[in-house]
Design a protein around this ligand. Structure first.
Ligand code: B12
Length: 217
């Protein structure tokens, strides 16, 4: 195998998602690791950018739903390989406890999983509730784990309203003062976070880690 450069790998990751080539995506992930490339950059600048482009193509009716499903499978398969190469948290001391999930009604979980994984390897104790998570489940888990941070992901305009409902539910349960909330996913913005009173908005997994550290410090 010829050694890959970071730029080549990023470019190839974007193309493979759009070509819906799962075997190619898996091979690229393996080759990139063998070449000693940064798995986080490959995820963020390569596969994620390709997935976003897939969404634009779907919206423009240049990609069908079944193709979008396979594109997502390509990214998930590559993620499974790259995840293993993420460095283990070096901090002996736990930075804080995070409850994270994709909000009720929404099944998009690739980005949320990357965020949860990166928070975990950065020293947070992460409770990933999965996707289409009932608002009450976020609240129950936050209470049970005495969470410092509660993060929700929303990718659709129809489901982002549930992030606002989560804010209200945490307040109603009397624990909003004890936790910081984080919102993300393609539907969320800084403006949305400000509007619903969420403490943190982040656009990417690395930005989430930086802001989560800041929020608990
Ligand atoms: C892949 C995908 C799917 C896959 C999901 C597979 C899976 N397991 O997740 C499948 C094919 C199943 C799917 C289904 C649907 N989808 Co879809 N999908 C996408 C697509 C193309 C990419 C999403 C993705 O994985 N991106 C890559 C990840 C890595 O990026 P990310 O999620 O943004 O995450 C990053 C950041 O946002 C941030 N982040 C993420 N979560 C969090 C959480 C916190 C707390 C923080 C701080 C940060 C953070 O960090 C992440 C890493 O950097 C998007 C397009 C887009 N622009 O997002 C459409 C998109 C979201 N889907 C869309 C639609 C309409 C649907 C369907 C309704 C289609 C249908 N007709 O059935 C269904 C929805 C079903 C449901 N109830 O949820 C629309 C939503 C439109 C809207 N504005 O509401 C989009 C925008 C496509 C489009 N342009 O039309 N989809």
């Amino acid at each position: 195998m010829a050694t890959l450069s970071m730029e080549e790998a990023i470019q190839k990751a974007q193309e493979l998602v759009l070509d819906i080539d799962e075997d190619g995506a898996v091979q690229l992930a393996k080759d990139a690791l063998e070449s000693g490339l940064d798995p986080v950059r490959l995820l963020q600048e390569g596969f994620t950018v390709g997935m976003r482009r897939a969404g634009e193509m779907f919206e423009a009716e240049e990609m069908s739903l079944p193709e979008m499903i396979i594109a997502a499978d390509c990214m998930t398969a590559a993620l499974a390989i790259l995840e293993e190469a993420l460095p283990e948290a070096s901090a002996v001391e736990k930075l804080g406890t995070v409850v994270i999930g994709t909000i009720e009604g929404d099944v998009h979980d690739i980005g949320k999983t990357i965020v949860g994984t990166l928070l975990g390897v950065s020293g947070f104790e992460v409770h990933d509730l999965g996707r289409d998570v009932a608002i009450g489940e976020f609240v129950r888990m936050a209470q049970e784990t005495n969470a410092d941070l509660v993060g929700s992901s929303a990718l659709m305009t129809t489901t982002m309203v549930n992030q606002a409902k989560l804010e209200a539910a945490l307040t109603e349960a009397g624990i909003r003062g004890n936790v910081k909330t984080m919102v993300g996913g393609a539907a969320a913005t800084q403006h949305w976070a400000d509007k619903i009173g969420a403490d943190v908005y982040a656009e990417s997994a690395t930005e989430t880690v930086a802001k989560a550290k800041e929020a608990v410090s």
